[in-house]
Design a protein around this ligand. Structure first.
Ligand code: ZN
Length: 166
């Protein structure tokens, strides 16, 4: 008798290849050839819609997954768009469109923003993830499924090649 394949459940480390495209079919991101991406399933390491689609699959599975914005990087919220004075950034800060900056909220929480555009006086920043509001399409190939170590589960992320090295 052969062992049953390990299925993807919370607490497994899944290694997969992916190609992410937008509704025009343009490639937004993809795993590098020969370097599939590992993540800890059930820890919110990947967008919820993709995590849900992978649940219960095994090594070797190939999936096409459509993820709506609410199950991806969220809907756009126009209240998260701000213009702030240029001098509130360090003079040498690189503020190109798409640059991620971290602001500290009044409660001390760190909030990510992305630069939309900047001139000498004002920096327009957007707290929406650049892919907020965008329907996502993933082509997935599951390369490996293994049980996470206790340490990985405690940390909430993968250790080793392709993961955290600390
Ligand atoms: Zn760790």
């Amino acid at each position: 008798m052969r062992d049953a394949p390990l299925l993807i459940v919370d607490g497994t480390v899944v290694t997969f290849h992916y190609v992410l495209t937008d509704p025009d079919g343009d490639v937004i991101d993809r795993s590098s050839e020969g370097e599939p991406l590992p993540y800890l399933h059930g820890a919110g390491n990947i967008v919820p819609g993709l995590e849900r689609a992978l649940t219960g699959k095994a090594s070797g599975a190939k999936l096409s997954v459509d993820v709506a914005p609410k199950d991806g990087y969220g809907e756009r919220n126009d209240e998260l768009v701000h213009a702030v004075p240029r001098e509130s950034f360090p003079p040498d800060a690189e503020l190109n469109a798409g640059t991620a900056v971290v602001a500290e909220a009044e409660n001390g929480e760190h909030v990510p923003f992305w630069v939309v555009e900047a001139d000498d006086e004002k920096v327009h920043i957007d707290g929406n993830h650049p892919l907020a509001g965008v329907p996502l399409h993933f082509e997935i190939e599951v390369v490996d499924v293994r049980m996470a170590t206790v340490e990985e589960r405690t940390h909430g992320h993968v250790h080793g090649p392709g993961g955290h090295s600390h």
